[in-house]
Design a protein around this ligand. Structure first.
Ligand code: ATP
Ligand code: MG
Length: 479
């Protein structure tokens, strides 16, 4: 087993294939050899029987053997000798045996005629008891012979057997033919084995070559190189599909790593802006501005703003990283009307002079984390407040769908250009929208909202018409 485990997949498949091929070739070859041997023997015995039958019948009829007693008399053994001689030829010899099992006639006269084997007791008994087709293989001087026993009856339908004709013929000719056939079969089997095993190994090698490509790619990826794509030209089998999926996965991984790198760069850049502002203010203070109370007040306000921005950025980044683990989502049953009654009060506080309208739909229960849901709505509300004029309306509504509830936040603000919309949920992406009220954002609000909705197995989308307004839709599963 240890040796087997040490082998490569290619060697294992190759050996298994070679073993199976060898077994099947040997079984098929052996079976065909045995079949041909049986066929020859059956043919030969049929032929000899067919030749012997009319001769025996003729002698039974013409020589009065049909009326014989259970044992043949000496006179009748003379007749039997004639029958035996008549049945004997250059390749077949006949002997006649009486009921007692004694040989009463042997057909061999000439030296070139074959020698008859001594009758086999066991088979003779079967023939004497009336069995018609007794055929077996015997030996004469170490050479194989085919022996047939034909019972002698007064007439074919009679149950009385008064003797047995033993016909024997050499099998040397069949042996010679079969030897040639066997030699041909063995060489054919060897050729099939050699060809089969070579092509088998070749095919296995081709099939597994792409797997080796996959292995090389995996090694490259472990070293951080994502550009090594596996070539799968003209392969539609499982390995081709595996390589396709692998390449697909590679693309996704590369995109994920690129987005992660972009994210880190953007985060560093966003951290850099307030920090540079802070350093500038501190430098001015250190250079002697501490004696000017007005400058101190101005710089402190500026620094306070930058620190607030830093805190907001850190909070949002923390929020995003927390959402990567769904354990942090504490779902609980929420009644939509109750939740929105609470939320709208808070929203109106934040909106100040602005009008925020709630358009309730059919009431239902959902299962959601109330803090996260509130965070999503606050992010959307803050965008609506930030990017739309003060006199316009902001509408929050919901609609029940078969399995979920769809919540909408729409404004009548400046809207978003169509080419910007596909990127709007990317972290740190900020469109061209002009800040109407409040401070400039960081570009994390919508990506956070998306992450929070997806943590609830929901979906989020945005539609916008430049100059007319924007609506964000998100779904949450019903309880
Ligand atoms: N309701 C809206 N109307 C017009 N533009 C919008 C609206 N909502 C989002 N945008 C555009 O999409 C961009 C991304 O929005 P997002 O909320 O992710 O970031 P942000 O508002 O700039 O910053 P943050 O929300 O992190 O403070 C915004 O910069 C803005 O250009
Ligand atoms: Mg925002």
């Amino acid at each position: 087993m240890r040796f087997w485990e040490k082998l490569s997949l290619r060697a294992r498949l190759g050996l298994l294939y070679a073993a199976l091929l060898a077994i099947s070739v040997v079984v098929v070859g052996g079976y065909s050899y045995w079949n041909i041997w049986q066929l020859f023997i059956r043919n030969k015995s049929c032929h000899i029987r067919a030749r012997a039958k009319p001769v025996i019948e003729h002698w039974l009829r013409d020589n009065g053997l049909a009326k014989a007693d259970s044992s043949l008399s000496p006179l009748k053994s003379q007749t039997a000798l004639l029958l035996a001689r008549d049945l004997t030829s250059r390749d077949t010899v006949a002997i006649i045996v009486n009921r007692k099992g004694d040989i009463i006639a042997n057909g061999k006269r000439l030296p070139e005629e074959p020698v008859a084997p001594a009758p086999d007791e066991q088979y003779l008994r079967r023939a004497l008891s009336g069995e018609n087709e007794v055929t077996y293989r015997g030996q004469v001087k170490g050479k194989p012979v085919l022996v047939m026993l034909i019972p002698l009856r007064p007439h074919p339908a009679s149950a009385r057997v008064f003797g047995v004709v033993q016909m024997s013929t050499t099998l040397a000719d069949i042996k010679a033919i079969l030897f040639r056939h066997g030699a041909m079969l063995v060489s054919l089997m060897a050729i099939i084995l050699i060809l089969g095993i070579t092509t088998g190994f070749w095919l296995i090698g081709i099939s597994l070559r792409d797997l080796q490509g996959l292995l090389a790619s995996c090694n490259q990826i472990s070293r951080g190189n994502f550009s090594k794509v596996v070539s799968v030209k003209n392969r539609h089998d499982e390995i081709g599909q595996l390589a396709l999926s692998f390449n697909h996965m590679l693309e996704k991984l590369e995109a994920a790593f690129a987005s992660q790198r972009r994210f880190v760069a953007n985060a560093a850049h966003e951290l850099m802006t307030p920090l540079t502002g802070l350093r500038g203010s501190l430098e001015v203070l250190l250079r002697g501005a501490q004696d000017d109370p007005a400058a101190i007040a101005r710089l402190s306000r500026g620094m306070y703003k930058e620190v607030n921005r830093l805190i907001r950025l850190c909070e949002q980044l923390l929020g995003l990283s927390r959402l990567e683990n769904t354990v942090n989502v504490c779902k609980q049953p929420l009644v939509l009307s109750e939740f929105f009654d609470d939320f709208i009060a808070r929203a109106r506080l934040l909106a100040g002079e602005r009008s925020v309208v709630l358009q309730p739909g059919v009431d239902a229960r959902i299962s959601a984390d109330p803090d996260l849901l509130q965070q999503v709505l606050l992010n959307l509300l803050s965008n609506a407040l930030r990017y739309s004029a003060t006199e316009t309306l902001i509408v929050i509504s919901w609609k029940l769908l078969p399995q979920e509830v769809e919540i909408r936040v729409s404004d009548q603000g400046q809207g978003i250009d169509a080419e910007i919309l596909p990127h709007i949920f990317e972290p740190f992406y900020q469109g061209k929208s002009v800040v109407v009220s409040g401070e400039k954002g960081i570009g994390l609000g919508l990506s956070l909202a998306k992450a929070m909705v997806e943590a609830h197995q929901g979906t989020i989308r945005i539609t916008s018409e430049p100059g007319e307004g924007t609506t964000v839709y998100f779904t949450l599963p019903l309880q």
